[in-house]
Design a protein around this ligand. Structure first.
Ligand SMILES: NC(=O)c1ccc[n+]([C@@H]2O[C@H](COP(=O)([O-])OP(=O)(O)OC[C@H]3O[C@@H](n4cnc5c(N)ncnc54)[C@H](OP(=O)(O)O)[C@@H]3O)[C@@H](O)[C@H]2O)c1
Length: 200
């Protein structure tokens, strides 16, 4: 398969890359690195990425961020960071990518455990994760041409423990091979409309 991987240089993205590139051709995209530069918070940038990539069999996104900080200090514009990036960025990857994904191809998005198990300071991440999970379930029933869509929602991954560990008291670090298995299941399997939870 030819797979467009957005966020290929990231903690999760590079592990997906290492696994999927064993069996597939990977086109790597990122804001500051990769074969194609893209800022998913800009629809025009996504259009340009697809024009450069051409037809692909699968799109995988392991990119997108949101505001992180104390709840009582979040301003309206802070909520919009995640809405533009992790939420609309991923929604636009699907809406603008449908004509570039082959019939029977797939989209795989990324959310996370905070949709269901919030932590302090993570309200904006919880919000967009929940929205993207709902989008995926809804999009699956209307996507045409046999295209599939799933989202991988993992807990804090083991390679990010140093960075995020103190914010996730009592959470288990998720082994990278388990996280990656969610993406493999979505891309190479047959399921659609699934929130693939990797929480243990
Ligand atoms: N780390 C965890 O424990 C964890 C757990 C569950 C879910 N998640 C979610 O998984 C996703 C990836 O997390 P991560 O820890 O792997 O992040 P990361 O290490 O910061 O990597 C993010 C990747 O996405 C790219 N990127 C960031 N913003 C972008 C944008 N606006 N447009 C295009 N590319 C962009 C980056 O490219 P450049 O470096 O070139 O900018 C990089 O390749 C995030 O949505 C995160 O919330 C993470």
């Amino acid at each position: 398969m030819k797979i467009l991987l957005v966020g290929a240089s990231g903690t999760i993205g590079k592990t997906i890359d290492a696994e999927l590139s064993k069996r597939h051709e990977i086109i790597r995209a990122g804001r500051n690195s990769g074969d194609i530069r893209v800022d998913i918070s800009e629809a025009t940038s996504i259009e340009q990425m697809y024009q450069q990539a051409g037809k692909v069999d699968a799109v995988v996104c392991a990119a997108g961020n949101a505001y992180f900080g104390p709840f009582d200090q979040i301003r309206e514009e802070d909520w919009y960071i995640g809405i533009r990036s992790k939420m609309m960025g991923q929604i636009n990857l699907v809406m603008l990518g449908r004509d570039y994904v082959q019939d029977g191809g797939s989209f795989t998005l990324t959310t996370g455990i905070l949709a269901e198990d919030p932590i302090r300071q993570g309200a904006a991440l919880s919000m967009v994760n929940g929205a993207v999970n709902a989008f995926v379930r809804a999009a699956a029933i209307e996507l045409a041409k046999g295209q599939r869509i799933n989202v991988v929602s993992s807990g804090m991954v083991e390679d990010a423990v140093e960075k995020y560990g103190p914010y996730f008291p009592g959470h288990y670090p998720i082994p990278m091979w388990k996280v990656v298995s969610g993406y493999v299941r979505s891309v190479e399997g047959a399921g659609t409309g699934q929130v693939i939870r990797i929480y243990e």
